[in-house]
Design a protein around this ligand. Structure first.
Ligand code: PMP
Length: 309
């Protein structure tokens, strides 16, 4: 997907022109992958104007990621939340994707080093449907990849580190080579983990299943929202290890994620899962989710964070 430039980037506390937001080639995060990030969406709502979706949860996860890898974080939770609003506001964006990066900075070598400086950046830019314009209605074709996700006790899947996306790259590249839009990675034990950049839900006989933390997933913020919506709808959600063959028995399958939002899967490994218009549970979850941004779903949780343009 091509980069859509905006005017300014927040870089180490200041708004700078897009082209000036650069880092040194000896930055630790570049040399050793000590770079944590978040991807966050901004929705243009009719009732509250442009709003960052779950700014607090994303920023908390970012701070957790920096903590696990001992990356210095010079800004507070509130500083980071406000800086995201500022970037959206100052670029005059109404709907956007925000990428927040915290990398160990310049000054020391060695994978164990903790440079005194961190490089912190916030970039907001226009962004459409990640998995294609028709994906929400039609659903997408998905393949199970031959690549496994990182096992527990290796690089933690629940931490949003840039290096985890090497695995995502292999999974999606393989899926695309097989004519699919996206790939699913299996966990170390051969059970289902997650999509390359999405969590996975399986609907069977009116129940919703989803792999647990121990199956090498990122604890998605959209996943959490989906689970809350499901409970509100009176649907049972079970976190459990999912054998691969359960995917082929599913009545419905869908992905959740900031970029993917709530995307139905119409075909898995060449086998049909469901047809458009015949996905009652996915449709109810989609309605609740997108309803938050149209105002039809009441935001009981304070998930919409207005940027106050
Ligand atoms: N798993 C992976 C590997 C991801 O990259 C993402 C996207 N951040 C997700 C799951 C979904 O997480 P979230 O809903 O917080 O975007």
């Amino acid at each position: 997907m091509p980069i859509q430039e905006a005017e300014k980037i927040w870089h180490n506390g200041k708004l700078v022109p897009w082209k000036d937001a650069t880092i040194h080639v000896m930055t630790h995060g570049f040399l050793y992958g000590t770079s944590m990030f978040e991807g966050v969406r901004v929705y243009d709502t009719p009732h509250k104007g442009p709003c960052i979706f779950r700014n607090l949860a994303h920023t908390e996860r970012l701070l957790y990621s920096t903590k696990v890898y001992h990356i210095r974080m010079p800004y507070s939770l509130e500083d980071m939340m406000e800086a995201q609003r500022e970037v959206v506001r100052e670029n005059g964006l109404k709907s956007a994707y925000i990428r927040v990066n915290v990398a160990a900075g310049y000054g020391e070598l060695g994978p164990y080093a903790s440079p005194a400086e961190s490089d912190v950046s916030i970039i907001a830019f226009p962004f459409g449907k990640y998995l294609g314009d028709e994906a929400m209605e039609q659903g997408i074709d998905v393949c199970v990849s031959s690549w496994r996700r990182s096992a527990p006790g290796t690089t933690p899947a629940g931490v949003k580190a840039a290096g985890n996306y090497l695995s995502s790259r292999l999974i999606t590249m393989e899926a695309k080579s097989r004519g699919c839009t996206e790939g699913i990675g299996l966990a170390h034990d051969g059970t289902v983990s997650e999509g390359a950049g999405e969590n996975l839900f399986i609907v069977k006989d009116g129940r919703i299943l989803t792999p647990p933390a121990a199956s090498s997933i990122l604890g998605g913020i959209t996943r959490d929202s989906v689970m809350i919506f499901a409970k509100e709808l009176g649907l049972e959600v079970v976190e459990q290890a999912v054998p691969r063959e359960m995917l082929y028995a599913a009545d419905e399958l869908f992905f959740s994620g900031t970029a993917a939002e709530v995307t139905p899967i119409r075909n898995i490994d060449g086998l049909e899962v469901s047809k458009p218009g015949n996905r009652p549970i996915t449709s109810q979850i989609q309605q609740k989710f997108f309803g938050l941004f149209s105002g039809e779903t009441e935001d009981k949780w304070g998930w919409l964070d207005p940027v106050k343009i």
